[in-house]
Design a protein around this ligand. Structure first.
Ligand code: NAD
Length: 462
């Protein structure tokens, strides 16, 4: 099939590359000249595991193209995907101007063609309930006939950054929202190679498809905020959230995913999608109380580390140097949108602290936001010399097994605030660290040098 993807960001680029990998011819369109130039030169603008390999192969085999010219981009397409931004507006409502603007542009171009072929216009962006109708209206107002010239499909995307290629290639399910049998049949054909292992393609009405995406992200965000509240209460009552998680996750009704406590969720999806669904509720005279609480809990959780550091240093963070490991909103991505680390950096800078930060992939994206206001380290150890404390914000693999003897030697004092619970409190205490994590009892650090040396030699075993 000939596919057009309008919007070549995380979703557009991954979707386009994976469709090409299945033998389709794909043209990705973007308005960002520099990005398209880069892509045409063979350079990826984002970091995403496995993407490079598929990207290179499909470019080489002539199945993956990039352009800024929408007319050329849609010329031969059977299916046109819109993977465009839907950022929150002032009141949390999703901003549909990108999606509706592009739909209008596509309609104008199709109308200008003599005998334009039937096209499917797909909303791949996360869009509020009713958006498929709005897209259909925009295109109809421009003179196209629904069902004859085009059909609209809502096809929400569930990929996770950091595992996006794998998620796209082997989706748990594909959701196709449409009232057109013709469009449904073409979309099923397109996705059939991705579900060979038996996962379902669910064909539903447009509104349900749109709601499925918001409901999925909102329930995941709710689990995170819920577990963060459990963790906060564990600290107050002397329970250990790790053990609580284990205990509840063995219950089949609950399962084991999204039960980790930490410093809150971020990224380009959860915060905005929860807000947008709450806003949809408000617009429909429905107070979606849980979602408002989920967001409030998350805001507080993202500030937790700064409050803890502030308490530890008796309200005097000015002039202190804080090392930060992890800037991306989660591991395996360079995406820093709404990252908890950034809320922490802002809080530390406001209090006059110096920040030295390291991330395996997200230094450049962070530099675009903070410029020279913080210092960027070349490695996790380079962030430590003379730092008064280390804060762990993202659970990259390499942070899980560092040389803790070296960490001790480099830090001014052995003090770690772990926002992702990557270490075991008792072991850290054995190695002489003052170690504060989320929802787990603090263990007083070993003071005896010989015992500390012995523990360091065995990675914390007493
Ligand atoms: N990032 C994710 O993990 C993820 C997952 C599922 C769904 N989504 C949803 O998918 C949508 C896109 O998200 P993203 O993270 O890929 O966004 P993104 O910001 O990474 O990419 C959007 C791209 O669209 C381009 N663009 C803007 N206006 C354009 C226009 N008129 N024509 C052509 N290109 C244009 C931008 O230059 C940019 O490259 C959003 O609705 C998001 O909520 C994102």
């Amino acid at each position: 099939m000939n596919i057009t993807i309008i919007g070549t960001g995380y979703v557009g680029l991954v979707s386009g590359t994976c469709f090409a990998e299945m033998g389709n011819t794909v043209t990705c369109v973007d308005i960002d000249d520099a990005k398209v130039e880069k892509l045409r030169a063979g350079t990826l603008p984002i970091y995403e595991p496995d993407l490079e390999h598929y990207f290179a192969r499909n470019r080489k085999e002539g199945r993956l193209h990039f352009t800024t010219d929408l007319r050329a981009g849609i010329a031969d397409s059977d299916v046109i995907f819109m993977a465009l931004p839907t950022p929150p507006g002032a009141d949390g409502e999703a901003d549909l101007s990108y999606v509706l603007g592009a739909a209008g542009d596509v309609a104008d171009l199709l109308r200008a063609e003599d005998d334009a072929d039937y096209r499917i216009i797909v909303n791949k962006s996360t869009v509020p309930v009713g958006t498929a109708d709005k897209v259909r209206d925009v295109m109809t107002e421009r003179g196209l006939v629904p069902g004859t010239d085009f059909d609209v499909v809502s096809n929400p995307e569930f990929l996770r950054e950091g595992a996006a290629v794998d998620d796209f290639m082997k989706p748990d399910r594909v959701v196709i929202g449409t009232s057109s049998d013709r469009a449904a049949e073409i979309m099923e054909r397109l996705y059939e190679p991705f579900v060979r292992q038996g996962n379902p393609i669910l064909v539903v009405d447009e509104r349900s498809a749109e709601m499925i995406k918001y409901a999925a992200n909102s329930i995941l965000a709710t689990r995170i905020s819920f577990m963060n509240e459990i963790a906060n209460l564990c600290e107050k009552v002397g329970a250990n959230v790790d053990k609580v998680r284990l205990g509840i996750s063995k219950d089949h009704r609950i399962g084991r995913h999204f039960l980790y406590s930490g410093i809150g969720f971020g990224g380009s999806c959860f915060p905005k999608d929860v807000q947008a669904l709450a806003r949809t509720g408000a617009q429909n005279d429905y107070n979606f109380q849980i979602l408002n609480a989920v967001l409030d809990v998350n805001d507080a959780q993202r500030r937790l580390m700064v409050d803890r550091l502030d308490d530890y240093f008796d309200g005097d963070l000015a002039g202190k140097t804080i090392a930060l490991w992890g800037l991306a909103f989660k591991p395996n991505t360079d995406d820093i949108r709404e990252a908890p680390a950034h809320v922490i950096i802002e809080g530390l800078l406001e209090r006059g602290a110096n920040v030295v930060a390291f991330d395996p992939e997200a230094i450049e994206t962070t530099r675009e936001v903070f410029g020279d206001a913080i210092t960027y380290a070349d490695s996790m150890y380079d962030a430590l010399p003379d730092a008064d404390a280390l804060v762990i914000c993202t659970e990259w693999h390499e942070f899980r097994r560092p040389d803790l003897g070296k960490v001790r030697d480099l830090l001014k004092a052995p003090l770690i605030f772990d926002g992702r619970n990557v270490f075991e409190p008792q072991r850290m205490a054995n190695m002489g660290f003052a170690y504060y994590s989320i929802g787990r009892p603090h263990v007083a650090p070993q003071q005896d040098d010989e015992a500390i040396e012995a523990a360091l030699a065995t990675n914390g075993q007493a």
